[in-house]
Design a protein around this ligand. Structure first.
Ligand SMILES: [Zn+2]
Length: 71
């Protein structure tokens, strides 16, 4: 699984049921990806915090990232 898949999953951008199931199943068995998910999750929490502290630009950049990544 690549980082961008994990990122999309953590951002809640993965809406496809089968894709979600695949990612969650993989996270159950792959320690490497669990580590990466935790690391990315922490990065995203700090990104979100930065956005919240700057209310004017909050949400929008994440939305744009999601749109850019969704096919
Ligand atoms: Zn993996």
């Amino acid at each position: 699984m690549c980082d961008s898949d994990l990122e999309q999953y953590l951002l809640g951008c993965v809406t496809d049921e089968s894709e979600l199931a695949m990612i969650e199943e993989h996270l159950l068995i792959c320690e490497q990806c669990i580590d990466r998910a935790q690391r990315l999750g922490m990065e995203m929490a700090s990104i979100r915090q930065a956005l919240v502290s700057d209310q004017k630009s909050a949400v929008q950049p994440i939305r744009r990232i999601c749109l850019a990544m969704s096919v």
